[in-house]
Ligand binder design. Sequence first.
Ligand code: HEM
Length: 147
Amino acid sequence: MKLDIYGVMVFMHVFSAILSIGPLFLLMPVIKRVRGVGTEVEQAYMSVINVIIRIVMHAGHLLVVTGALLVFLGPWPWYTSWVIVTLIILLLSGVFLATGFTRVLRKFNKPGANKNEILRRLNRTSWGYIGLMLIMLWLMVQKPMLW
Ligand code: HEM
């Protein structure tokens, strides 16, 4: 059995896809539990939320790097329609992560922050991000020729 670089890259790509979607399904139930708890429990939940978002962010970067290498090494050129649409959605989800998670989380510990509103935004962003990831997953698996 020959271990080819392309095969290893596809494996890493799919592994990073799993890691960049899966943890988000933990995020929503944790967000739900943060409401109405004491400061100490709230801090504990918030650090779990931070870890989840960090995992998703690192896995997302690995996903992009391995995806770019697959295009570089493999049979699909960058101008293939499903690759281009994925790239456009990817830019959107990057903006989503930066503004909807990181910036919002930073506000959480500021005095006078509206915590309920922040949690509501985090929840909404998580669903939006999952939606975008699922569209990209479909594009990757089906590889539709869109034009
Ligand atoms: C920079 C963006 C991306 C690029 C350039 C890219 C590129 C590619 C390429 C060229 C393949 C084909 C590998 C093959 O079958 O030989 C592939 C497969 C795959 N990609 Fe991506 N990808 C990107 C983002 C994503 C994202 C965001 C996800 C998940 C949401 C994802 C999930 C997958 C999966 C599951 C496969 C395996 C599908 C299959 O072989 O049937 N990729 N990707």
